[in-house]
Structures are given as structure tokens and as C-alpha cells.
Design a protein around this ligand. Structure first.
Ligand code: MN
Length: 330
């Protein structure tokens, strides 16, 4: 799975030169990085190339990110007909775009900017850097300090803090910090962004997190942990899929645990699985075994079967990487 990074020179002047309209979009169930990178790029394109009509398509904007500049103009339902240029951010293929895949298929020139190590580009031009902690970080580098104003900086900083867990995941590099510092120098309200975009939770989100942690089960000699949230529980606590973010990361922060698996029931015998790990396990490989993907320490996939079967299957894949180790007790 250690594919070399794919970097094609992205010359925005050249790409935009003959364009009359362009669209920017990102993956299904857009997270902070997806939304931040899309808004950051779109705000820049509208400023730098005012004669080009630039639209942003995202499935939805999370409530906690509605403070970001540009969210009011986001289109949530794709219109028929393509664009001269289509930018695909924080993912690389039509499948991950969900409903917005139609835009990619119908547009003239397609460009992807992504950082997922499992991504296989389905665009004409691709810039995929798995060593980058977020797509927003790549967009910041692409635009350059000169071109970034306060609004663009707010959007990109949001993407960086959400994808790095506020600079604490191992994906964070010195370069991440330098880019974040440059964005801070644009006068953004960095502590408000961290609070709003990452830490603040609704009461219902806190409750479902508590429930998921309380129900968690350690397995594989206490080296892994899983928890399940069912449709019934989601109904009871009145939460949506977006409210479940952060559960897998919180679960991973359990002493002695190398892998955390959060199973969210999608339907009968089908679970969306969110995986987190420490340096011992590459969860992108585990996710890939089930047709999913992601990063070394954070990945996702869908697993079919009853809850017991799903846990069993996941355990088998986790053991392939954990087996040589003996149980560590602290
Ligand atoms: Mn991302």
C-alpha cells in the first residue's frame, strides 16, 4: 500500500485561462478538511479569477462549520451539465464524491488535490501527497502566502486543525506547523476556530459519545477495542451520522490499545467502520481489505454481517498486523 506520491504540477493560471466556469467539490459526508479546502480554494478562485464563475458543491455543511466564510453559497444538490474545470478535493475518484460524481463526469478538465494514501486518481490532473496532513495544507502551499487573505486562511486553518486533531495526530509535520503559522499571521481567530470546529459538541453528541464509550469492549488480548452504535440508539439520542465523529479517536485514546474500531450500523447486517491506530498498526491496510481506505492511523470501510461477524472479520485483519507482538501491559 506504500504507493509513491503522485504530484503533477498544478498551474492554476493555465487551468483557469480558458475557463468560463468551474466547480469545486469534495467527498461524501464532508468533514472539516473537505469543507475547509473546498471553501479556501473557491474563495481564492473567485478573487483571483473574477470573470470565471466558481461554484462549490458539497453534500452538506456541518452546523459547527457554518461560521466559515463562503458556506452560504455552497450548493448541496448537483445541477445537470458539467463545468469547464472541476476540482475534486480531499478525495480522488468519482465514487467518493457521491452525488457530486456527476459533475466530475460531465466536466471538461478534472483536477484532484488529495492526501489519502489509498487514493487512485480518476482525474486528468492529480496532486496526491500522502505525507501531507490535510488537503487544506496542500491547497495552502498551492496558493502561496501572498495570495491568502484572512477568509481563505480561516477556511484552510479549519481543515488543518480538524484533520490533525488540533496538531496532535502523527500526520502533523513541521511543515504543517509552518503553514498553520503563516495562516495565523493572516489575523484569523485561531482559538475560536479550534473550539468551534473541533472541540465543541452538542449535548446529544456528548451523550452518544458517552454511550459508545460505556459500551466499548476490549478484545484481542486487550490490544484492540471496539464499540457499536445502532440505528435504534441513534434514534433514541436523536443523532445523525455527523454527530458520531470523534468517537473512534476518543476510543483510541485508551491505555494499552493499538487499534480502535467504531462500528456504526448502516442497515441490516451492514456496518460503517471507522478505524484508528497507533504506530503498531496501519489501518489503511485493514480498511483496504474491506474495500475502504484512508490513512496509516485513521481509515474507514464498510463491513457486512451481524455485529459479531463484523467484529470477528475485523479482528482477523487486525491480528495480521498485531500477531507478532506479545501483549503489552502497563
Ligand atoms: Mn482530509
Amino acid at each position: 500500500m506504500n504507493k509513491p506520491e503522485i504530484r503533477e504540477k498544478i498551474d492554476l493560471d493555465k487551468i483557469m485561462a480558458s475557463a468560463g466556469c468551474c466547480a469545486v467539490s469534495g467527498h461524501m459526508r464532508p468533514d472539516g478538511d473537505c469543507i475547509g479546502s473546498c471553501l479556501g480554494l473557491a474563495l481564492f478562485l473567485r478573487k483571483k479569477y473574477p470573470r470565471v464563475k466558481t461554484d462549490v458543491y458539497l453534500e452538506s455543511i456541518r452546523n459547527e462549520l457554518k461560521f466559515l466564510p463562503g458556506t452560504e453559497s455552497v450548493i448541496t444538490t448537483p445541477a445537470p451539465g458539467g463545468y469547464d474545470v472541476f476540482f475534486c478535493l480531499d478525495c480522488a475518484d468519482a465514487e467518493r464524491l457521491g452525488q457530486n460524481a456527476v459533475l466530475m463526469k460531465e466536466s471538461e478538465l478534472t483536477v484532484c488535490i488529495d492526501h489519502h494514501r489509498t487514493s487512485v486518481p480518476g482525474t486528468d490532473i492529480a496532486y496526491i501527497d500522502p505525507l501531507s496532513a490535510s488537503a487544506s495544507e496542500i491547497v495552502a502551499l498551492l496558493l502561496g502566502e501572498e495570495q491568502i487573505d484572512r477568509d481563505i486562511a480561516s477556511a484552510l486553518y479549519t481543515g488543518i486543525v480538524t484533520d490533525t486533531g488540533v496538531f496532535r495526530y502523527s500526520s502533523t509535520t513541521p511543515s504543517t506547523m509552518r503553514i498553520a503559522a503563516m495562516l495565523m499571521e493572516k489575523g484569523i481567530d485561531h482559538s475560536v476556530i479550534c473550539e468551534e470546529a473541533f472541540f465543541m459538541k452538542t449535548y446529544a453528541q456528548q451523550q452518544i459519545m458517552g454511550k459508545a464509550l460505556l459500551d466499548s469492549v476490549r478484545f484481542l488480548d486487550d490490544r484492540a477495542v471496539y464499540t457499536i452504535v445502532t440505528r435504534e440508539q441513534m434514534e433514541k439520542y436523536q443523532v445523525t451520522n455527523a454527530d458520531l465523529d470523534g468517537i473512534s479517536s476518543q476510543l483510541r485514546m485508551t491505555d494499552g490499545i493499538h487499534v480502535a474500531a467504531f462500528l456504526n450500523e448502516l442497515g441490516p447486517e451492514e456496518f460503517k467502520v471507522s478505524l484508528r491506530s497507533d504506530e503498531k498498526v496501519d489501518v489503511s491496510r485493514i480498511a483496504a481489505a474491506f474495500g475502504g481506505g484512508g490513512h496509516l492511523r485513521a481509515a474507514g470501510c464498510t463491513v457486512k454481517g451481524t455485529a459479531d461477524e463484523a467484529v470477528e472479520k475485523l479482528g482477523g485483519q487486525i491480528l495480521l498486523q498485531l500477531a507478532p507482538e506479545t501483549k503489552q501491559t502497563r
